[in-house]
Design a protein around this ligand. Structure first.
Ligand SMILES: Cc1cc2nc3c(=O)[nH]c(=O)nc-3n(C[C@H](O)[C@H](O)[C@H](O)COP(=O)(O)O)c2cc1C
Length: 209
């Protein structure tokens, strides 16, 4: 099958994308409105953006009515009506159901922290709280927001990192089994990160991308 994506309707494009780009890591993003209301939502169009400086990116669609999602409003710089700060918490198996539940659209000004019963913990450098239950949390400041059609790619610099003591091993290696990160497949399917294999000669001696 040879496919010109421009000839497809957006929902078919979406199906082909989410069934092919798998598994997708999930950014569990906590942000704060300028009025001080905490917001929490999952984003699986998410990945590392660099480590010089440490940077992450995720992509936010518009709502079906064309308005901006709460997270996008909040992560915009202060000059554009947001706060320009957010935390990327990990999506892990112990609260996987809450990750999915937090995608429920609540009215702007209502906090998903209360809705899904996860606890906010104070961040060290920025105002939005991290998720207390998350074993790793990246405190980020927005560097750039790149519009791509109806999506906005948010690129942020990590200004502080929380790593729970029990998941940090020797030589700053993260114990991925203790973290228990989950990934998103298509539809309602998720995956675990416990099924792995090694390619011994492929191990990078230097950080590689
Ligand atoms: C696992 C998962 C991954 C998601 N990934 C994205 C994504 O990458 N981009 C996006 O715009 N919405 C994504 N969503 C939907 C948002 O989480 C949802 O629209 C949410 O209500 C946005 O919240 P907000 O308005 O508080 O920002 C995802 C939902 C789930 C359950």
């Amino acid at each position: 099958m040879e496919i010109d994506p421009e000839l497809l309707d957006p929902s078919t494009r979406y199906k082909l994308l989410i069934g092919s780009v798998v598994p997708r890591p999930i950014a569990f993003v906590s942000s704060l409105s300028p009025e001080g209301v905490a917001n929490l939502a999952p984003f699986s169009y998410f990945n590392a953006a660099g480590h010089k400086p440490l940077a992450l990116m995720f992509s936010i669609s518009l709502k079906p009515d064309g308005s901006e999602k709460d997270t996008l409003r909040n992560v915009r710089p202060a000059s554009e009506g947001g706060t320009g700060e957010y935390v990327i918490n990990l999506a892990v198996e112990s609260y996987a159901h809450q990750v999915a539940e937090s995608s429920e659209p609540l009215p702007y000004g209502e906090s998903e922290f209360d809705y899904v019963n996860l606890s906010p913990a104070p961040s060290r450098v920025i105002k939005p709280p991290r998720v207390a239950e998350s074993p790793v949390a990246f405190e980020c400041r927005t560097l750039q927001i790149v519009p791509v059609g109806e999506f906005h790619i948010v690129i942020g610099q990590v200004v502080h990192l929380f790593v729970r003591d029990d998941v940090l091993g020797e030589n700053n290696r993260i114990n991925v089994d203790k973290v228990g990160a989950i990934g998103r497949m298509a539809g309602y399917e998720y995956c675990r990160t416990g099924d792995r294999f090694e390619i011994p000669n492929g191990f990078p001696k230097q950080p590689s991308v």
